[in-house]
Write a protein that binds this ligand. Structure first.
Ligand code: 4NP
Length: 158
């Protein structure tokens, strides 16, 4: 059993998308029982909210459900989850101080480490942009989810 927490700023765009896409991937591969998947934000502005409508729409077109309601990351999450997967450098900077041991610090990883192509550094924040940004986030989190799953199953050294 592996426990994975996806983290972004607001927990209404990127991390709920990552959570929904990863859940969809493991469902299709009949691996649901091997994972606990959740998402959280570093900020508190959207606590309790469903994902952004634009992200819900983009996900629906791909038949991907986004089950989350926004919540803020807590210190206990770092102990509870095996991997804390952040979307950008700012998320990393905000989450890192919550880790109190070396083991906990090593759990915090950028999602783009698992991208199929080199040179992809962050999952960009789509909140203040147009609909195409939401599509790009879904493309990128789909690619990174495949890499992350391989890593979790031990097929990929990273
Ligand atoms: P997310 O996007 O971090 O991908 O959920 C954002 C959502 C809300 C805000 C910023 C980014 N905001 O400023 O409220």
């Amino acid at each position: 059993m592996k426990k994975i927490l996806f983290v972004c700023l607001g927990n209404i765009c990127r991390s709920p998308a990552a959570e929904g896409v990863f859940l969809d991937l493991i469902k299709k591969k009949n691996l649901e029982k091997q994972f606990i998947v959740d998402s959280a934000g570093t900020g508190d502005w959207h606590i309790g909210e469903r994902p952004d409508k634009r992200m819900l729409q983009a996900a629906e077109k791909r038949n991907v459900e986004l089950p989350s309601n926004a919540r803020q990351i807590r210190q206990e999450d770092i102990e509870h989850f095996d991997l804390i997967i952040v979307m950008d450098n700012s998320n990393f900077k905000n989450v890192y101080p919550l880790a109190s041991t070396e083991v906990q610090k090593r759990k915090i990883r950028k999602f783009t480490e698992f991208a199929s192509q080199r040179g992809v550094d962050i999952v960009p924040d789509p909140y203040f942009g147009g609909q195409e940004g939401f599509e790009q986030v879904l493309d990128l989190v789909t690619d990174c989810s495949e890499g992350l799953l391989k890593y979790c199953l031990g097929f990929d050294e990273k």
